[in-house]
Structures are given as C-alpha cells and as structure tokens.
Design a protein around this ligand. Structure first.
Ligand code: PBG
Length: 326
C-alpha cells in the first residue's frame, strides 16, 4: 500500500514487556543520595514549610531516618548541619564538637559502612553573615582565608567519619587545599565530591529556610552565572586537576545541557543535585492536584540520568527508591 510507513517505531512500544526490553535509561536506588539536615538542640524533628516532607532532624531522628534510608537502598547520605549560634568565622563548622561533626559521628556509628556518608563542606550554614566564606575588611569574600577554614573543617569532618566531603563554597583552589589537608592528616582514603559547576541559582530558596541562612545579598561573586557553559567545563577541569574524585553540576533540571557536556568531558563519576527549588516546585503543583507526584519524580530523575549524571542528590531519594523497587 503506497504511502504507508514501513518503518514503525511504535512496534517497540506496543506492550510493557517490549518497552522494558528497549528502555535506554535506568535509575537505581543506589544512584540516589539523600540530603539530610540536622539541627543543634532539637528534641523532635521540625518541618520545613517550603520543603514539605523534609525536616530538620534532631540527632536522634537523624539516626532513625538514616537507617530507613539505608534500608530503602539509597546510595548515600549528604549531611548538612544547622547550628544554634553563628559568628563571622563560622566557628561551629570547624569545631569538632559542632553539630555537623557530631552528627557525622552519629551516622558513622549508626550506619557506618552500610552506606556512603557525605558531608557538605561550606561555611554558609555557620557564618552570621551567611556567606560561604570569611569576609575581608571591605566586606568581600576572602578566598584564601576561607581556604584555611575549609582545610580545618575537612580534617574535622574526616576525623568524625565522613567517607566523602562535598566542598560547595566555589572558592578557587578549594579542592586542592582540602586534598592536601586530608593527606597531611592521614586521611588519604577520604574522597571529594566537588560541587564543581555550581550556579548562582534562585532555585536554592527553600534550602535557605532549611538551614536558616542569614544571607544578605547574593553569592554572585563566587557562584557561576546561569548563562555560562564554557566556564562550567573550566571549573570541572580545575577541580579534577586538584584531585576531585567526583564532580557535581548544580542545580540539575535547568542545567541538563551543562550536565551532558560535563559528562562527555570527564572520566570521573558525575553527580547532579536536584535542589530544593526543583523539589518545592513539584510538591507545590502536586498539592494543588496539578501533577502526578510519583510519575513526575521518576521522570525528572530519569531525565537527569539520561543527561549524564551517574549520581543524583535528591530530597526524594527514599520515596524514589521505594517507587523503583515497587
Ligand atoms: C552551600 C549549599 C547550598 C545548597 C547546597 N549546599 C546553598 C547555596 O549555595 O546557596 C543548596 C541546596 C538546595 O537548594 O537544595 N552550603
């Protein structure tokens, strides 16, 4: 019959079995990393209004939730600490008895080698001004003074039992300085997941509530401009040269093109961070009855994987792991 197609892609979409046979992209629970927040002094977990379903944990509830996450099969946990008091130096971040370091110790004792314990290595949760680094007298963020604080923080986190450190402050040279500090302190086996291409994004809004960030102003003098792609490749190359074991692109969904280019350019594992604003957008639409939650979660994760991320940090890690196993 002239005019009818002989090539019919629909043949391979006919049945669930056929579709399963030819699917190109798989998401596994082990690809997913759960970001968790722990707040000093809490006795009960406290909800975060702009991140429905996510909480600030107490030390006790963190341990329980970590066990559940491990049982659900997630690949790792990325821990953030929220201190009760802040100062310009971010002392609570470098203090071995600061909330983040104490909670890393809790996790190491509770779930230890059953998962990969990662910790955010940045000062913004701990500084009274909310910046990711220390301020110079003129109010700008002082790159090299900040590096010294990161080195101290890195050794504190590694001593507490973190397997992977996630330097996220976008200071020049941070990965190299952290590597040297770790090696000199005998932590040659502690790895770094570098927040290599991290953009100055409006999608971090709910995270600022989660960590009660005091930031006035913005992070544009250290985080990347959303319009830049070549710069992301440069940042990634520098971090790998400095010793990054894995690199991250952040945020995820609005930066899938960056992710694809980064994944093509490097031979280390590539991660993407599906950030708080990405989560909040979907949850808000779901709450209005406008989106099918489970399908949208899996579609976003599949898209991020397809674009080139081997690992995905997502607040849905446990939910998604359960959906994938169902
Ligand atoms: C910095 C850090 C931030 C996020 C992760 N690490 C905040 C920022 O850079 O402004 C944001 C994560 C999210 O929005 O989910 N410590």
């Amino acid at each position: 019959m002239a005019g009818y197609p002989t090539v019919r892609p629909r043949r391979l979409r006919r049945t669930p079995a056929m579709r399963r046979l030819v699917v190109e992209t798989h998401v596994e629970p082990s690809n997913l990393i759960l970001p968790m927040f722990v707040k000093e002094g809490l006795t009960e977990p406290r909800p975060i209004s702009s991140l429905p379903g996510v909480v600030q944990h107490s030390r006790e509830s963190l341990r329980k939730a970590a066990v559940e996450a491990v049982q659900a099969g997630v690949g790792g946990i990325m821990l953030f600490g929220v201190p009760t008091s802040r100062d310009p130096q971010g002392s609570a971040g470098t203090d071995p008895d600061g909330i983040l370091n104490v909670a890393i110790r809790d996790l190491a004792a509770e779930v230890g080698d059953a998962t990969v314990i990662m910790s955010d290595l940045c000062l913004d949760e701990f500084t009274s001004h909310g910046h990711c680094g220390l301020l110079a007298a003129d109010g700008t963020v002082d790159n090299d003074a900040t590096l010294e604080a990161y080195a101290t923080m890195a050794v504190a986190q590694a001593s507490a039992g973190a397997h992977v450190l996630g330097p996220s402050g976008m200071m020049d040279g941070q990965v190299g300085v952290v590597r040297r500090a770790l090696d000199e302190a005998g932590f040659t086996e502690v790895a770094q997941l570098a927040y290599a291409a991290k953009y100055a994004s409006a999608f971090y809004g709910p995270f600022r509530e989660a960590v009660e960030s005091a930031l006035v102003g913005d992070r544009k003098s250290y985080q990347q401009d959303p319009g830049n792609l070549r710069e992301a490749l440069r940042e990634v190359a520098l971090d790998i040269a400095e010793g990054a074991d894995m690199v991250m692109v952040k945020p995820a969904l609005p930066y899938l093109d960056v992710l694809t280019k980064v994944a093509a350019a490097v031979d280390v594992p590539v991660a993407a961070y599906q950030v708080s604003g990405e989560y909040a957008m979907v949850e808000a639409a779901v709450a209005n009855g406008w989106l099918d939650r489970d399908r949208v979660i899996l579609e976003t994760l599949t898209s991020i994987r397809r674009a080139g991320a081997q690992l995905i940090l997502t607040y849905w890690a446990v939910d998604a792991a359960r959906l994938l196993r169902a």
